[in-house]
Design a protein around this ligand. Structure first.
Ligand code: GLA
Length: 434
């Protein structure tokens, strides 16, 4: 028998006959923040909070999309090579993004057209909390749509496709969220490398528990945080172009630079602290038109399009990549103290050099450390959202009580404001026969 959540979704799905259920989990990044789009590794877990989609094929190209959440009104559109987006921030854009990318991909592979369908969504990943609710929505809708077409693709290829697809909402995101949703393994963290995408499971010591605590400041990827996120991506790309020119090497991303330790040691000499837009041709050796093509595509929303931080951004990114490697090793040897210390260092670097923390996130980290966490850091893009804390099994209750007393007591926090998360399994699709 189907669990009641799935049965309720199927009951409310228009049409009759065979249907399917697709689910995709949210994620918590343990360490490796703002490294993915730089071609450097991350270390996330998928969490036991997911988006579930029931879907049924239609004979035309029409999509009938609905959601159990009252905040997400039903939407209708046609599957096409270019699907007009809903206004920025609208939930349907994530389903449209997946459909548009799949139309192009199936076309390229000669696999035919993507059919329309009825889709009903139930999301249980906390929203705008840095836990990737939007990527889980995109992946679950995309998987459902692909299965309606009768096509199965390797998960790693899908992860790359869906990561690119998310550009539809105007964020220059990396590939961590979609890769985690599609490649995660229960009870394990995932070390993910990019360009090309590679992932390997990392064992988590039995005594390690991860607690997520939301700042209750919304960090919407397609909303206010978008310009700040894109600004960081652009700053890293520009800094890479300056470094490539100075070092006389070819590098598309910071992760391509040879000898990152030497770059870090010599950063003050190699990179100016920041650059105004008009200084970029001289600093990078690139013509204005080439700079526009690579970094300033029309429609890209940037928080500060005239001035770019360079040195501090690179210090964070290269330092963070080294911390991911050390953290993976620490998990392997069961050295939770070291893992915790690396999380603390990551948070400091995110806050100071990368500028993506907020006073509430900093306070949450401090409260978590005072409540027995071995380490704590903001997780996800930042600008609000949540922190993740590492705590030994024996001290979970104390940590949760401390968070409740010292952070949440004054407000009316929902029960899911802090969650003890379990490393969960990857996305999946299941057929449901009538
Ligand atoms: C968001 C993006 C990811 C990643 C993180 C920061 O979640 O979607 O690709 O860049 O921010 O680490």
């Amino acid at each position: 028998m189907l669990p009641s959540r799935a049965a309720a979704l199927l009951d409310a799905l228009p049409g009759r006959g065979a249907a399917l259920l697709a689910r995709a989990p949210g994620r918590v990044n343990l360490i490796g923040e703002h490294t993915d789009y730089n071609g450097l590794p991350v270390l996330p877990i998928a969490i036991d909070r997911d988006v579930l989609v029931a879907a049924r094929r239609r004979d035309d190209d029409h999509v009938d999309l609905s959601n159990t959440g009252a905040a997400f009104p039903p939407r209708q559109y046609a599957v096409a090579a270019a699907i007009p987006p809903s206004p920025a921030g609208d939930w349907a854009n994530y389903a449209k993004a997946a459909a548009e990318a799949l139309v192009a991909d199936l076309g390229r592979r000669g696999l035919g057209a993507l059919p329309g369908g009825a889709f009903r969504v139930d999301g249980r990943v906390p929203l705008a909390a840095g836990l990737s609710s939007s990527s889980a929505l995109l992946v679950a809708c995309g998987l459902a749509h692909l299965s309606l077409a009768g096509v199965a693709l390797p998960p790693a290829e899908l992860a790359e496709l869906f990561a690119r697809a998310e550009r539809y909402v105007g964020t220059l995101s990396g590939g961590m969220d979609q890769a985690t949703a599609l490649l995660a393994r229960a009870d394990h963290a995932l070390r993910i490398d990019f360009f090309p995408l590679r992932a390997r499971p990392v064992t988590i010591p039995a005594s390690a528990v991860f607690v997520v605590a939301q700042s209750l400041e919304r960090a919407e990827k397609s909303g206010a945080a978008r310009g700040h996120y894109n600004q960081r991506v652009t700053e890293c790309g520009l800094a890479c172009a300056v470094l490539a020119q100075r070092l006389g090497v070819a590098a598309a991303r910071l992760g391509d630079l040879p000898g990152p330790e030497r770059v870090l040691d010599d950063l003050d000499r190699l990179l100016p602290e920041d650059a105004r837009r008009e200084m970029l041709p001289a600093l990078t050796g690139l013509a204005p038109r080439e700079l526009d093509r690579r970094f300033f595509a029309p429609g890209t929303v940037l928080a500060a399009p005239g001035r770019f931080e360079l040195r501090r951004r690179v210090r964070h990114v290269l330092g963070e990549a080294a911390r991911v490697a050390a953290a993976e090793e620490a998990l392997g040897t069961g050295d939770l103290e070291t893992f915790g210390a690396l999380m603390d260092a990551s948070h400091r670097s995110c806050a100071t050099d990368y500028g993506v923390s907020t006073p509430a996130l900093d306070r949450l980290v401090a409260v978590a450390r005072g409540g027995g966490a071995l380490g704590a850091r903001l997780t996800g893009a930042g600008f609000g959202g949540a922190i993740v804390a590492l705590v030994e099994q024996a001290h979970v209750d104390r940590l949760v009580r401390t968070l409740d007393r010292e952070f949440y007591a004054a407000g009316s926090a929902p029960p899911e404001a802090r969650l003890v998360v379990q490393p969960a399994t990857a996305a999946s699709v299941e057929r449901v026969d009538p």
